[in-house]
Design a protein around this ligand. Structure first.
Ligand code: ZN
Length: 248
């Protein structure tokens, strides 16, 4: 899951609204109605679901309450917002979540939380232990990332996230071959990645191609650069090294 950096309250940003007008905006503590936080979020972290990473039209993304509204989560506070697609939003639903018991893409290096493979599956990163593992598992269960055909957790009727991951994996693999063969430029690869989303799959497949990894970090809006080590092939590094029990 792509780790992101949300802008701080008070930060100035600029976007074009649905009437194609340039809006100069300062990130607020709260948004009433909360739907007004959508364009600032999309501007800063891109038109992607924060959880499944799929590219979505703005109209198909919702302002997601990290702690559910019905569970006492702040209805209008910027700090309680991410973006989510319909499937992740309904999977997450109104589960009771203690925010400190789980990884989150704006607080942790969630690229370390999970691994993605050629089957379209997502799994907990096997290197994790102790509380890091428990916190990754919590986010995995909350978003039902384990849903996969003919598994213990079958997808709901509208949950095709696994198929999109599979398509993206295959596309990223063919892009890698064509990039190595010189048939695709780095801009071609990035264009395809930005169009499809599933950032973590592109980042996984392009392991060893440092220039592509660097551009995946810089061109997907809001990807948290401190989560990756440029001196070591942009491999992930803990985001909270001061936290002895869960540095991820
Ligand atoms: Zn989603």
């Amino acid at each position: 899951m792509r780790p992101v950096e949300k802008p701080q309250i008070g930060q100035s940003i600029q976007f074009r609204n649905s009437n194609d007008q340039v809006v100069n905006h300062v990130v607020q503590v709260s948004y009433k109605p909360y739907s007004e936080a959508k364009m600032p979020l999309v501007t800063c972290i891109g038109e992607y679901c924060s959880y499944c990473e799929l590219k979505k039209d703005i109209g198909d993304l919702a302002v997601e309450h990290i702690t559910a509204k019905t569970r006492g989560g702040a209805l209008t506070e910027w700090d309680n917002f991410l973006l989510s697609c319909n499937v992740c939003n309904s999977n997450k639903g109104a589960q009771l979540i203690n925010i400190t018991d789980s990884h989150w893409p704006h607080l942790n290096n969630t690229y370390m939380s999970f691994i993605y493979d050629e089957s379209g599956r997502v799994n907990i990163n096997p290197i994790l232990t102790g509380l890091s593992r428990q916190h990754a598992q919590k986010l995995y269960d909350t978003c039902k990332l384990g849903r996969y055909p003919q598994s213990q957790q079958s997808p709901s009727l509208s949950d095709f996230r696994w198929r999109k991951r599979l398509e993206t994996w295959n596309r990223a693999m063919s892009n890698l071959q064509n990039y190595i063969n010189g048939k695709l430029t780095i801009d071609d690869v990035l264009e395809n990645a930005l169009l499809m989303g599933n950032w973590s799959i592109w980042f996984t497949v392009f392991k060893g191609e440092d220039l592509v990894r660097r551009e995946l970090i810089s061109r997907f809006p809001g990807t948290a650069p401190m989560c990756f080590d440029p001196a070591n092939h942009y491999e992930p590094i803990p985001r909270n090294p001061q936290n002895a029990v869960d540095p991820v």
